[in-house]
Design a protein around this ligand. Sequence first.
Ligand code: COA
Length: 382
Amino acid sequence: MRKVAILGIGQTKVDEHWEKSLREVGGEAAFLAMQDAGVDRVEALFVGNMLSPLISRQNQLGTFFSDWVGLWKQEAVKIEAACGSGAAAFRSALMAVASGDVDSALVLGVEKMTDKPGGEVTAALATAADADYEVEQGVSFVGINALVMRRYMHEYGWKHADFAPFSINAHANAMHNPFARLHDTVTVEKYEKSSMVATPINLMDASPVGDGAAAAVIVPAEKVLRQPRVVVAASAAATDTISVHSRKDPLFLNAAYLSSKQAYQMAGVKPVEVSVFELHDAFTIMAALSLEATGFAERGKGVRLGLENQIGIEGKIPVCTRGGLKARGHPVGATGMYQIVEVVQQLRGECGATQVEDANIGMTQNIGGSGATILTHILRRE
Ligand code: COA
């Protein structure tokens, strides 16, 4: 397999883009990535998206976007893996370029969520869960995560307030990211007083829905002269049972463990060498579980990393450096590509106030469903 590099990146602000259509939001990020890469054509297009058939009544997003951005006749396909769609599209593009099948690819993660009322969006998001055994029982996506968080607090003795640092850190970092959806500071008091969504998950534990797109152009590394060069050091994916109740241990993200283990091996990297980790903090409980499953904390102790100030820009493992899902926002099928774009920004040294000093290895982890599909990527600055 050939070594692959990321030549260009682009993103839109995560927001309620009511004045823009799905094609306009996605097209903007795609054009920005091609402009940043200095190319006007690529050989293939991979689109990551979850909800377009349900929210925008649009399917066939591969051709929909190849048509819109002028990549006529090129191979174009949509990849769906719920909230993990962005990283799944990136991995598919990576395999196409690494195998030598194509010499360049554009990966676009795009989602338009806010054109429909909240209830419809919640129902659409629930299609990532098990329709027969979870959704049919009336549980929503937030509800499933609330059950997991409650169980975690019961098993390990943490209080709700102990999760506050994840939210505070994400919001503090988003203040410096113009592409983030939320620009407000969260304090412990604000966190504790925030309105409840599904006990114990309150508004400050949950990522907001949003419209947004992020994109990257990838090519064989040998073709990249730009300095610093950002290469893909590892890509790995794993799955777990689709329903949480079918797992022997619902408090361990086994697919995160498996995919990160494989990624560490592939890249020849240990957790301690990772400069920045863009994890999937759809809910604060998921941040804690991801840190545990990927080797940054012992079982039941992920929360402690936040309480001990280790997740900030100068901490042992900086996470959500551009706001994470919590404050940058979580336009579900686009999120995995936002994470890739943000790690590229860190490795290029473009993050200003939230730049991690000497960042040279960055990891992303994108989750589809409640820990059901998990993709881990490691990028390296050369
Ligand atoms: N954190 C902080 N503020 C939030 C927020 C969040 N997660 N979600 C919304 N807000 C703010 C909005 O900015 C808005 O502020 P404003 O009045 O100053 O403009 C206000 O709260 C109301 O926004 P609205 O969009 O009406 O919120 P809502 O009550 O309809 O939805 C949630 C809030 C948390 C229920 C919704 O965002 C949600 O369902 N999130 C989880 C999505 C999910 O499950 N994703 C998949 C996970 S894998």
